[in-house]
Write a protein that binds this ligand. Sequence first.
Ligand code: PLP
Length: 374
Amino acid sequence: MTTHYTGLIERYRSRLPVGEKTPIISLGEGATPLIELVNLPKRIGKNVRLLVKFEGLNPTGSFKDRGMTMAVTKAVEAGSKAIICASTGNTSAAAAAYAARAGITSFVLIPEGKIALGKLSQAMMHGSVVIQIKGNFDAGMRLVQEVAESMPVTIVNSINPFRLQGQKTAAFEIVEELGRAPDFHALPVGNAGNITAHWIGYSEYAGQNTKACVFCQGACAYQQGGGSAKRPVMLGYQAAGAAPFLRGAMVDNPETVATAIRIGHPMSWKQAWTVKEESGGWFDECSDEEILAAQALLARTEGVFCEPASATSVAGVLKSLAQGRIPEGATIVCTLTGHGLKDPDTAIAQSTRPVTVEASREAIEQVITRNMAG
Ligand SMILES: *Cc1c(COP(=O)(O)O)cnc(C)c1O
């Protein structure tokens, strides 16, 4: 039997809103590794099972591909010739790639100077019409909604309900790999679409209802079953300078090194509060220093290189473990939303500079001796 993997829509076809004739636009997204951390729990002296779902290994390097395969598939099915999004970077990279694959036009609005280099290069390379605005993500999001009222373009931000339908499949994969839902699931929160999508996925798998599913408005055809299986406690972690869920109100000038979650007016505001309540979870915030420290810790102790925003889930879990909010013995999954190569500038800025030496054997041996000793 051949097992050529052709993406998450084919894999979870029966659980997604696609028909026999839907033209599927896929780049083989999904099926990302769930990596058990072996060194970090020892390092922090906690007896926990800690796993990371490395979404940075999707085709364009972030979980946005899960939503984009669905959003672009449905846009093409509906006859759309162009898509548009506001983005902190990764949505634009995914929109650009899937639009290229579909042969349609993509317009992406990005905040001038506040997008990581790798993401910008992707949007440009895939032939997107890149529009830099002198404003932040929230301003871009407002503009996209206004423009889509009069122009023939489909919005592919997470307010497009098909996005969350695609993204919910990450929860399916986790339950299938673990054989059950984890006790806790931690995510970085920007627009809060992904934490909502995961909760929808876990709920669906457990045969339980959730009011967070805007797609079905409470009447989802998939939500059937016994309603007995366990769902995780959902943990949403924000960057302290962009933490509307901690302030209990929108934030007008969000700032953080984690540009992917530099968002003050989350689109899935109501849904994410529902997720917190239904799951018995919480929101917490991490400073930029804590986020970068977690990013470096993952890279140096586990060999996993994620982008700064992604490390917020791990930074948050480390904090909640230290506070005893997450008990010993727990199984915890952290979503690592994007790949570290997305943001080379931030990585290089916090790393040891390369040493420059003469091209001689002695010089190299000296460096080895010096570093073995230390
Ligand atoms: C989009 C994104 C997030 C935030 O996800 P939301 O669904 O907006 O909460 C976090 N990390 C990375 C790397 C992202 O690209």
